[in-house]
Design a binder for this molecule. Structure first.
Ligand code: A3P
Length: 304
């Protein structure tokens, strides 16, 4: 069937989550063929929850000995973060074949949008670390709506917000239902805190230094006292900020190897943009769904 953009009505349920047919080949190949290494670090997100930002932070943080921060030749200044921390199913395995990992150094930095239950078995059975990032569902939805319409793979019609919102609330969104995705990783982070770190976009915005240090400790590359005294934490945050990344030449004019324009990954980068779009009815409806789904989980979203 004709796909309308990346999302909405022509996505299909596979293993309990929603995916576009053209992406399925990569998903299956990755599930069947990916062999995780114990030292791998895999960033997991629902689409539009800040993947690009966390890819940058992760890359700069983990490689800070190899690539001194703020050096003009730093890979972050000349590559889109999605090329530095590639998606397993959307990039490396997208053509259904086993990718060449020979250029990767250890620890390999990888990413995926796959729900926990659909991760390749070797990820679950290794000591691979998973860094999960989630974002409040209202901003995630608005970001998703913009992104899907910007992609417009068939370059024809756009997804109406009403239709897309209605489906999102029913759980029908790419890689959704949103709540299943988030809750599964939330539970894993409680059960296996050494394996899964659960981060929130709003918390990184609110307490960037605390959250970056948390990430460094989880990845067993904590900041030394000297680094802290020299302002390394602040420098990494500045380097990966929306203001800095969105202005880079590579992110204004470049394209990913899969064809998407790099600039579509940088829109506003704020908490609370949903207020410019949501009606009272939309807020009430989504609140109701979120309350039902997250009741008793101990997880709370921040909307401002
Ligand atoms: P908005 O559409 O709300 O602006 P993803 O990377 O998962 O595709 O998510 C994209 C969202 O993250 C977009 O949100 C984008 O603007 C925002 N984003 C990208 N880079 C960012 C950064 N460095 N800091 C904060 N937000 C960023």
């Amino acid at each position: 069937p004709k796909e309308r953009g990346w999302l909405v009505s022509h996505i299909y349920n596979y293993q309990g989550f929603w995916i576009a047919p053209r992406l399925l080949q990569g998903v299956i190949a990755c599930q069947q063929q990916f062999q995780a290494q114990d030292s791998d670090i895999i960033l997991v997100t629902t689409p539009k929850s800040g993947t690009t930002w966390l890819k940058s932070l992760l890359f700069v943080l983990v490689n800070r000995a190899k690539y001194p921060i703020f050096q003009q030749t730093h890979p972050l200044f000349i590559n889109n973060p999605h090329d530095l921390v590639p998606f397993l199913e959307l990039k490396l395995y997208s053509d259904g074949r086993v990718p060449d990992f020979s250029s990767f150094t250890s620890p390999r930095l990888l990413s995926t949008h796959l729900p926990f239950a659909s991760l390749p078995k070797s990820v679950q059975h290794s000591t691979t670390k998973l860094v999960y990032l989630c974002r409040n569902p209202r901003d995630t939805f608005i970001s998703l709506w913009h992104f899907s319409n910007n992609l417009k793979l068939d370059h024809t019609d756009v997804n109406s917000m009403e239709e897309m919102f209605h489906l999102f609330c029913k759980g029908v969104a790419i890689y959704g239902p949103f709540w299943n995705h988030v809750l599964d990783y939330w539970k894993q982070s409680i059960e296996k805190p050494n394996k899964v770190l659960f981060l929130m976009y709003e918390e990184i915005k609110d307490q960037p230094k605390i959250q970056l240090k948390r990430l460094a400790e989880f990845l067993e590359c904590p900041f030394s006292i000297e680094e802290e005294n020299c302002g390394v934490v602040d420098e990494i945050l500045k380097m990966c900020s929306f203001q800095n990344l969105s202005k880079l030449e590579v992110n204004t004019n470049g394209k990913l190897s899969s064809g998407e324009e790099n600039k579509i990954f940088f829109r506003r980068g704020e908490v609370g943009d949903w207020k410019n779009y949501f009606t009272v009815e939309m807020s009430e409806k989504l609140n109701h769904v979120i309350q039902q789904k997250f009741q008793g989980s101990g997880l709370r979203f921040y909307y401002i």
